[in-house]
Design a protein around this ligand. Structure first.
Ligand code: GAR
Length: 209
């Protein structure tokens, strides 16, 4: 079997997607990757505690500790690069990354977003979908480019909005799907099963979602 891809995960919050990825890696012998680092822009992020509990290295670089965004992003990229990841996963990482970071891992940075992109980009996707009155929303796993929630889509899955949903109940059902879809996509990327052709991401086998 070939050497597992090295995965870095970036989190800002609770890290339930990180946990789903850790569980999938542990459960599947043929996953094709291992999480070698969890990094955050928030030193107190619960996701970092999950990493420590799993014996995984952590790094945090807070924006406020740097004179400007550019130097923060360079510091974060350097900290991540020191762990030599092949794949970088944004799992609830709530800061924009530019080419300063992304150019280090072209077509190798993945994000999970709680809407069916291109609908409801940004940090409040679930609130915005509810406020708009859609009856179906969902989640998207995509490669990250320098535009907000924009890069080529790897997989999407729909989630119905119930008449009595609030943000918490709808987000919980979306996250249950994310917890399956994100590991499937990350595994495919680790195993080099994804072919990027402009905006289209193809796999020789079935799409993960
Ligand atoms: C996830 O639902 C993810 O889709 C969302 O943050 C949540 C993080 O949850 N990401 C975004 O909104 C990015 N625009 P988690 O920390 O429990 O994995």
């Amino acid at each position: 079997m070939s050497t597992p891809a090295r995965i870095a995960v970036l989190v800002s919050g609770s890290g339930t997607n990180l946990q789903a990825l850790l569980d999938a890696v542990a459960a599947q012998d043929d996953f094709g990757g291992e999480v070698v680092l969890v990094a955050s822009d928030r030193p107190g992020a619960t996701g970092l505690d999950r990493a420590r509990a799993a014996g995984i290295a952590t790094e945090s670089r807070a924006l406020d500790d740097h004179p400007d965004r550019q130097s923060w992003e360079t510091a974060l990229a350097d900290a991540v690069a020191a762990h030599r990841p092949d794949v970088v996963v944004l799992a609830g990482f709530m800061r924009l990354l530019t080419t300063t970071f992304l150019s280090r891992w072209p077509d190798r940075v993945v994000n999970v977003h709680p809407s069916l992109l291109p609908a409801f980009r940004g940090a409040h996707a679930v609130d915005d979908a509810l406020a708009y009155g859609v009856t179906v929303t969902g989640c998207t796993v995509h490669l990250v480019d320098e535009l907000v929630d924009h890069g080529p889509i790897i997989a999407q899955e729909a989630v119905r909005v119930a008449p009595d949903d609030d943000v918490d109940s709808l987000h919980a059902r979306i996250q249950a799907v994310e917890h399956r879809l994100l590991p499937a996509c990350v595994g495919a990327l680790c195993r080099d099963e994804l072919v990027v052709d402009g905006r289209h991401v193809r796999t020789p086998s079935a799409r993960p979602g």
